[in-house]
Design a protein around this ligand. Structure first.
Ligand code: SAH
Ligand code: SF4
Length: 391
């Protein structure tokens, strides 16, 4: 079914992003304090000024130093002379028939990433990108076919959250922070373009900004980081971010996982499971989400379902079955609905919640694994993708 697509240009204020001045967005609290002191803020005022500026930026969403009215005029002028407040630029947005919004976001250097907002009953989830492209080459993932790769900065990551709030009109009036239940943007998933654990520091700093109670103030339990399995960074994620973890599992033997998620050749299923077993305790979180993309005839048999349950035995887990989302040139097909249901039944009988993820925003190529910046789209041929997938 061809659903209506409504591309339009946004009217959010555009801010420079390649000026010579340091950007205040993306600095941790300590970093912001140090920057203010370096600009001449007296040490004895530094904590207070840091708190004030922080609240303007992240609680009220202000982008102009002139609006920071509890600072003296002279201090505002000093800040404006020394710093900038720069977000990545929204080039366009598309709205799907189901309400999903996809933003094409341009960062410094002209690189583009995509950010997706998914409204649901009682909550709204923002799917945030962590890299331009991805260095990994999972054979079923569109992003993995993109050649151009660079890490996003913390400013570019937290900036995606801020520009979505701009578009949703969700900067609260002074003194009235929104309640979690009524927020339009209530959850974040690091499931956009890129492997977040290959950009650890920037992702960590951006999430710390998002979680800060004096700012955007999202609970760590409303943030889910998805990794393809960068084993050495998993414990660090628990300790330094403390968010929920999802893992792109997708196969039940090393032979198949090597093909689907090539990072498995470096850290295999056994090594991954060992790191995952420790995660709930280290992060004090309840359970891990195992993502499992359903590929016709590749990983979707009853035997796979049973092996999966056996492998993750003892790990508090939810299994998220993702019907494969096709993209131009993809070397796989989505498993039939009946096969997905049969797989889900086996998993549920073993005692695991196993929701089947409804693809969202398919008409605007916004569903899981379909993201890829327009400038890079279609560079590789179907044949080269298939060859890499070992087909
Ligand atoms: N790089 C991270 C996070 C981004 S991908 C990771 O791999 O976990 C978010 C999820 O979408 C992952 O589970 C990924 O494996 C899955 N995915 C990728 N391509 C997909 C596709 N074409 N259809 C369905 N899911 C896909
Ligand atoms: Fe990268 Fe994740 Fe796509 Fe794999 S699934 S190529 S890790 S974005």
């Amino acid at each position: 079914m061809a659903a209506p697509i409504t591309p339009d240009l946004l009217t959010v204020p555009r801010t420079p992003q390649e000026g010579g001045k340091p950007n205040l967005i993306g600095l941790t609290r300590d970093g912001l304090r140090a920057a203010l002191v370096a600009a001449g803020t007296p040490e004895r005022q530094a904590n207070m000024r840091t708190g004030q500026v922080w609240q303007w930026l992240y609680q009220k969403g202000v982008r102009d130093f002139a609006e920071m009215t509890n600072l003296s005029k002279a201090y505002r002028a000093l800040l404006a002379e020394r710093f900038e407040i720069a977000l990545p630029e929204v080039v366009s947005r598309q709205v799907s028939a189901d309400g999903t919004r996809k933003y094409l976001v341009r960062c410094a250097g002209g690189h583009e990433v995509e950010t997706v907002y998914i409204p649901e009953e009682g909550r709204g989830t923002l799917c945030v990108s962590s890299q331009v492209g991805c260095t990994l080459t999972c054979s079923f993932c569109h992003t993995g076919t993109q050649k151009l790769v660079r890490n996003l900065t913390a400013a570019e990551i937290v900036g995606q959250v801020m520009l979505a709030r701009d578009d949703l009109g969700e900067w609260p009036a002074p003194g009235r922070a929104p309640k979690d239940e009524t927020r339009l943007l209530s959850n974040i998933v690091l499931m956009g373009m890129g492997e977040p654990l290959y950009n650890f520091e920037a992702v960590r700093d951006a999430m710390r900004i998002v979680m800060d109670p004096e700012g955007i103030s999202l609970s760590r339990r409303r943030i889910t980081l998805s990794t393809s399995g960068v084993v050495p960074e998993i414990a660090r994620t628990a300790e330094e971010i403390g968010c929920l973890l999802a893992v792109s599992f997708h196969a039940t033997t090393d032979e198949v996982r090597d093909r689907l998620v090539p990072i498995n050749r470096r850290w295999n299923i056994a090594a991954l499971l060992e790191a995952l077993r420790a995660y709930p305790r280290l992060s004090n979180s309840e359970r891990i989400t195992f993502e499992y993309v359903m590929l016709d005839g590749v990983n979707d048999s009853d035997a796979d379902a049973r092996r999966l349950c056996k492998l993750i035995e003892g790990i508090p887990a939810k299994i998220n079955l993702i019907p494969f989302n096709e993209w131009p040139g993809a070397p796989y097909r989505r498993s039939p609905a009946a096969r997905i249901r049969a797989f889900a039944t086996i998993v549920m009988k073993a005692g695991y919640a196993s929701p089947i993820r409804t693809p969202r925003g398919e008409d605007i190529l916004a569903a899981c694994g379909q993201l890829k910046s327009a400038t890079e789209r279609g560079r590789r041929s179907r044949a080269s993708i298939a060859a890499e997938a070992g087909l």
